[in-house]
Design a protein around this ligand. Structure first.
Ligand code: 5GP
Length: 195
């Protein structure tokens, strides 16, 4: 494993955002990005999961075959990589685009799971970690069903995962409850202003 590095020394900031699938991380981050208050750029993760309708390769994710993903992992190209759902697809953050954007002075946002966050904090201990929580578990289930992107099996996996992820919220430096979107946008903005 590589030794700890400083994002400040590279010139930018690294912002880790975690939270259960369906909590609305994407919408929240989009709103804060659109405010133009911070030089935020989203890191594009690699995954072996199937593309959903409307998703674009290289924009939402780099969609890789399992073989390609594993070869890149073998070559040490990932800052972190995990099977987010047990027995499921692989997800990972490629190191090169992240360090390149940091060197450009950007605030690079990693939308990754709890395991990935722990791994990134080992390499970049000064990364800012933020956990996005639903107002309640029931609310999360409603949102995930409403999104209509998952099969019952995938939904069950995501809800089980959500329960264990929510138990890790305390590991994060900051927590944001995504109930009313405008309030969550204001909370996240306030956190970024002080970090
Ligand atoms: P989805 O399949 O809904 O796009 O993403 C499922 C979950 O995978 C997200 O909630 C996010 O936390 C996690 N995820 C996405 N990209 C990465 C990544 O690069 N690394 C890790 N560890 N988790 C990721």
């Amino acid at each position: 494993m590589s030794s700890p590095q400083s994002t400040e020394r590279l010139g930018g900031k690294l912002i880790i955002v975690s939270g259960p699938s369906g909590v609305g991380k994407g919408t929240l981050l989009r709103r804060v990005r659109e405010s133009g208050l911070f030089p935020l750029v989203m890191s594009v993760s690699a995954t072996t999961r199937a593309m959903r309708p409307g998703e674009r390769d290289g924009v939402d994710y780099y969609f890789l075959t399992r073989e390609d993903f594993l070869a890149r992992r073998e070559r040490g190209e990932f800052l972190e990589s995990f099977e987010v759902y047990p027995g499921g697809a692989l997800y990972g953050t490629l190191t090169e685009p992240v360090t390149r954007r940091l060197a450009e002075g950007k605030w690079v946002v990693l939308e990754i799971d709890v395991k990935g966050a722990r791994q990134v904090l080992k390499t970049f201990p000064d990364a800012v970690s933020i956990f996005v929580q639903p107002p309640s578990f029931k609310d999360l289930e409603t949102r995930l069903r409403g999104r209509g992107t998952e099969s019952e099996e995938s939904l069950a996996k995501r809800l089980a995962q959500a329960e264990s992820e929510l138990a890790s919220a305390d590991e994060y430096k900051y927590r944001v409850v995504n109930g009313r979107l405008d309030d969550a946008v204001a909370d996240l903005t306030a956190i970024l202003k002080k970090c």
